[in-house]
Design a protein. Structure first.
Length: 259
């Protein structure tokens, strides 16, 4: 006799984890150690530190608006997630084991994205010849600060790139397209594609951006993969929440860049 899903303890546990791990409060608690490690690491590294591009752009925007306080941006992340959690009217508590479950899920998803990278590399190799390790490294954008500096940068990428391109840009685009008369699903699809293109293009902007060479297969490898990764992270943000998207992003960068 098959136990109905609503009476199956494992099914109830999985459903509870699925719903609770998506909540903004779970995202805030989960990313807090990453956020503290990133900001503390930048202060400790001093001049050797390379700030994540999305972090730098958001700080420049705040400076332009007259808000130049150093800790305002991480505080803004905390306030956004707390305010978001308040609007969804969910309990202000987390079940035991929820954070460890999110950690394992992020690792598994990071390995999935790593597999996508390998599959794309194999496909491009069959079309344009060997891609090489340089293209794989370029897909995460290693800095010049050494292992510790790269690790700090990867943590910042997980948080601030997801904040800029998913939590802010994707949400604003979807809202704006709906305001123009589109229904929810088409507006979300367009927002995902546009924000993912902008996410890919952003890696070629600024002092530490990768060089652009329209005739180089390695350039197209990096750009196309970042576009695919943008769609991947967008799907995680929509269906699994900000914390899983940010944790997977950081985990993938560490997996490819340092392991």
């Amino acid at each position: 006799m098959v136990t109905p899903p609503r009476h199956n303890p494992l099914a109830r546990l999985a459903e509870s984890y699925w719903n609770e791990s998506r909540r903004p409060l779970a995202s805030l608690v989960f990313i807090s150690p990453l956020l503290v490690a990133y900001e503390a690491g930048l202060l400790l590294l001093g001049p050797r530190a390379v700030r994540n591009g999305a972090d730098a752009w958001l700080r420049q925007l705040l400076d332009w608006m007259g808000f130049g306080q150093y800790f305002l941006l991480p505080l803004l992340i905390v306030c956004i997630l707390l305010g978001w959690h308040y609007t969804v009217r969910r309990p202000w508590r987390l079940s035991s084991g929820i954070l460890s479950g999110m950690f394992v899920e992020c690792l598994l998803l990071a390995f999935c994205l790593r597999l996508i990278l390998q599959l794309q590399g194999a496909l491009l190799q069959s079309i344009a010849g060997p891609v090489g390790l340089a293209s794989v490294r370029a897909a995460v954008g290693l800095s010049v600060s050494g292992t510790v500096g790269n690790l700090i940068g990867f943590l910042g990428a997980g948080i601030y790139e997801e904040l800029a391109f998913r939590l802010i840009l994707l949400s604003v685009l979807a809202w704006a397209i709906r305001r123009m008369g589109a229904t929810q699903r088409p507006s979300l699809v367009v927002a995902v594609l546009v924000s993912s293109l902008m996410f890919a293009a952003a890696h070629y902007v600024g002092q530490y951006g990768d060089p652009v060479d329209w005739l180089d297969a390695q350039f197209w490898f990096g750009f196309l993969f970042r576009f695919v990764a943008g769609i991947f992270f967008s799907a995680l943000f929509i269906y699994r929440g900000f914390g899983i998207a940010a944790g997977t992003h950081a985990g993938y960068d560490i997996l490819v860049g340092l392991v």
